[in-house]
Design a binder for this molecule. Structure first.
Ligand SMILES: Cc1cc2nc3c(=O)[nH]c(=O)nc-3n(C[C@H](O)[C@H](O)[C@H](O)COP(=O)(O)OP(=O)(O)OC[C@H]3O[C@@H](n4cnc5c(N)ncnc54)[C@H](O)[C@@H]3O)c2cc1C
Length: 441
């Protein structure tokens, strides 16, 4: 009897867990193929620490061939799904085209930066969704601090030391909190007394509080830590226009800056809408068993899927790593069941709380609903990340230890330039290479 073929598209939280569960449950019964543009799983929650120079970029990655030895990794980006012919077409890293036939398909392509129709944003802001963007930001912050130190005019010095983050969700809040510590450390080494201008961080959000989507107690903790650190928190405010030298806020404040970090949230990967299946706000519609209605051979999970939240009837599960990885496991389990191994199950998960690392020893967390702050929250948050990472834990812990005892390394490697990480990209996981064709959203 020939082996079935299962193709998993996307190796983020959902796809990684789906492939892992399938390779364990099906063993010789099916060939599991994982299609992903990179050869690593990216642990996104620690990305702000890469931008702040705490963690080296490889620390937040986990090698797919190393972690999933029984899964066949195909490097590439899906470009089309032929539902009738049961094939996925893709483009490889060197522009070559390929196709994969499947008996079962799991779509787990995740999300990309959300855009808003604000003039100048796509040209002058940078997102924060992938490793190239984090590396770019780390270099950019270092460069601004260095250029400001040698600037001739006070205006330029101040502008280069002003950093604006738009969006006070967990990503923007962590970027501002960690970024403020990073630039302060750089300034201290430049003998700031001589330069005379402290770095200024501004966190802007249209909502009336930071972390608007999370428990109020986490917001209060984060707000307090940010303000103590000197971050200007501007709620009920948005950006009206961005230019190469500034950001105009809707309260009329025109801020001279060379840094605009766009953290207003994410939208499902635009590839999802091109598959030709029903979507709900850009997410693929699935039932509680993560199957696409009318296509029992197609499953979807994670940020790319509109998964009914059975714990909150009428709603879909939020786009979080916590849900994505558990949905990946359920999808893997249900694919195996559809091939005769096990019994299908509905996706049910009660939120276990959230952890926001604010840098230093500070964090805001509410594991199992218990609100924590200060060093205890910091320890819980770091312990949580180590437990949640599917690999590379020792290296991450080693970097944290080194960061606690050594000054941060302030060098720009210049490997990712501004034009390589445009905000309006459908592939934040890949740096754009000049001359290489690129599929855009
Ligand atoms: C900076 C940051 C911090 C975060 N912090 C937290 C946190 O602390 N806690 C939390 O719960 N959540 C957090 N999140 C959200 C969480 O990371 C996402 O909800 C989670 O990654 C979703 O998992 P996923 O598998 O659906 O998508 P992803 O993890 O984004 O994975 C999608 C994968 O699909 C691949 N892909 C995309 N398009 C294609 C294609 N066409 N063909 C093939 N492969 C493709 C991508 O390369 C990627 O590998 C954070 C997000 C960000 C950006």
């Amino acid at each position: 009897m020939s082996r079935s073929r299962v193709v998993v598209v996307g190796a983020g939280f959902a796809g990684f867990q789906a492939a892992r569960t399938l390779s364990r449950n099906l063993r010789d019964k099916a060939e599991v193929i994982l299609l992903n543009p990179t050869d690593y799983f990216l642990y996104l929650p620690l990305l702000p620490q890469v931008a702040a120079g705490i963690l080296e970029p490889r620390r937040v990655t986990v090698s797919l061939p190393g972690a999933l030895p029984r899964v066949r990794l195909v490097l590439g980006q899906a470009t089309e799904v032929d539902l009738a012919g049961r094939q996925v077409h893709y483009e490889g890293p060197e522009g070559d085209a390929g196709r994969l036939e499947y008996d079962r398909l799991v779509l787990a392509v995740g999300s990309v930066n959300k855009l808003l129709p604000v003039p100048g944003i796509t040209e002058h802001a940078h997102g924060f969704r992938g490793l190239p963007e984090a590396l770019y930001l780390r270099d950019h912050l270092t460069r601004q601090m260095e250029l400001s130190a040698s600037a001739d005019s006070a205006e330029e010095r101040t502008a280069r030391r002003t950093f604006v983050v738009v969006g006070a969700g967990y990503t923007g809040t962590e970027v501002a909190a960690q970024g403020a510590l990073f630039t302060r450390a750089l300034a201290d080494r430049q003998r700031v007394g001589h330069i005379g201008v402290r770095p200024r961080w501004i966190l802007v959000d249209i909502a009336d509080r930071v972390l608007p989507e999370l428990d109020r107690r986490l917001s209060d903790t984060a707000d307090r830590v940010l303000r103590e650190r000197g971050v200007e928190v501007r709620t009920n405010t948005s950006v009206k226009e961005a230019t190469a030298t500034g950001a105009l806020l809707d309260d009329g404040d025109d801020i001279a800056t060379r840094t605009l970090v766009w953290c207003v949230g994410v939208r499902p990967d635009p590839f999802v809408s091109e598959v030709g299946l029903p979507v709900e706000r850009g997410r693929l519609v699935v039932d509680s068993r993560l199957t696409v209605p009318g296509h029992p051979e197609v499953f979807a999970c994670g940020d790319a899927a509109a998964v009914p939240d059975v714990t909150r009837p009428g709603e879909y599960t939020p786009m979080t790593a916590q849900h994505a990885s558990r949905q990946g496991r359920t999808a893997g389990h249900n694919v195996a069941a559809s091939l005769g191994r096990g019994v299908p199950q509905a996706y049910v998960h009660h939120d276990l709380g959230f952890a926001v690392d604010l840098g230093g020893v500070k964090a805001a967390a509410n594991p199992l609903g218990v609100a924590l702050s200060g060093p205890i929250a910091g320890a819980v948050t770091r312990g949580y990340h180590l437990a949640a990472m599917p690999g590379n834990r020792v290296r991450v812990a080693a970097d944290w230890l080194l960061d606690a005892v050594l000054p941060r390394q302030a060098v720009q490697l210049g490997l990712v330039r501004s034009g390589s990480v445009p905000l309006d990209t459908a592939s934040p996981e890949l740096a754009r290479v000049p001359g290489v064709p690129f599929k855009e959203s």
